[in-house]
Design a protein around this ligand. Structure first.
Ligand code: FMN
Length: 171
């Protein structure tokens, strides 16, 4: 029986969506069966053994679709292994050590009983469109996402889920 993992994400400009794809690829390497989807398109958690939920950070808040996902599936998340991630910092800090989740994400993690959270670097194009985004891009732009960091984090999740499944099967 394959362990089926939902990898859901809230992303405005595609950077977090791609991190979710990297997580999916790493979970496949770990022998799991991931399903990578925009958080807003998920209708039910039936059939998923575990969930990884991520969101881009905008103005120190998680992307709306990720916040809504936690509210919509509060019951289903409480009964499944859950990991959260954020993507945001437009500098090297996410690679230098564990960054604490922003306040709202920390609260969501507590409420939903998440087993872990990671903050990954973000990406912003220098010519990003939009009033706020272009102002932010003037000060900081670039791609600070580290695929190896993402892969290692997801491999840890894969290992944990496989060990848990092994324990269940042996009993
Ligand atoms: C208007 C604006 C506000 C942002 N605010 C934050 C923030 O509060 N914290 C943070 O870490 N990153 C912040 N970022 C950086 C984004 O999180 C980063 O660009 C991220 O990769 C966006 O993900 P997406 O491409 O999936 O939308 C901000 C970016 C923009 C354009």
């Amino acid at each position: 029986m394959m362990i089926r993992v939902l990898v859901a994400y809230g992303s405005e400009r595609g950077g977090t969506a791609e991190i979710a794809e990297w997580i999916g690829a790493a979970l496949i390497e770990s022998g799991l069966d991931p399903d990578v989807r925009p958080a807003g398109s998920v209708m039910a958690l039936d059939g998923y053994d575990a969930v990884v939920l991520g969101g881009a950070l905008y103005a120190a808040r998680w992307h709306r679709d990720a916040r809504r996902f936690v509210r919509r599936f509060a019951g289903g998340l409480a009964s499944r292994p859950l990991w959260l991630f954020s993507s945001g910092p437009l500098d090297a800090t996410a690679g230098e050590g564990d960054l604490e989740p922003v306040r709202g994400v920390a609260k969501a993690a507590r409420k939903a009983g998440a087993r872990g959270h990671a903050t990954f670097g973000g990406r912003l194009a220098p010519d990003a469109e939009g009033f706020l985004a272009s102002a932010v891009a003037k000060k900081s732009s670039g791609d600070y996402r580290d695929r190896e960091q993402v892969r290692a984090w997801a491999a840890g999740i894969g290992g944990e889920l496989r060990r848990a499944a092994g324990r269940v099967r042996r009993h």
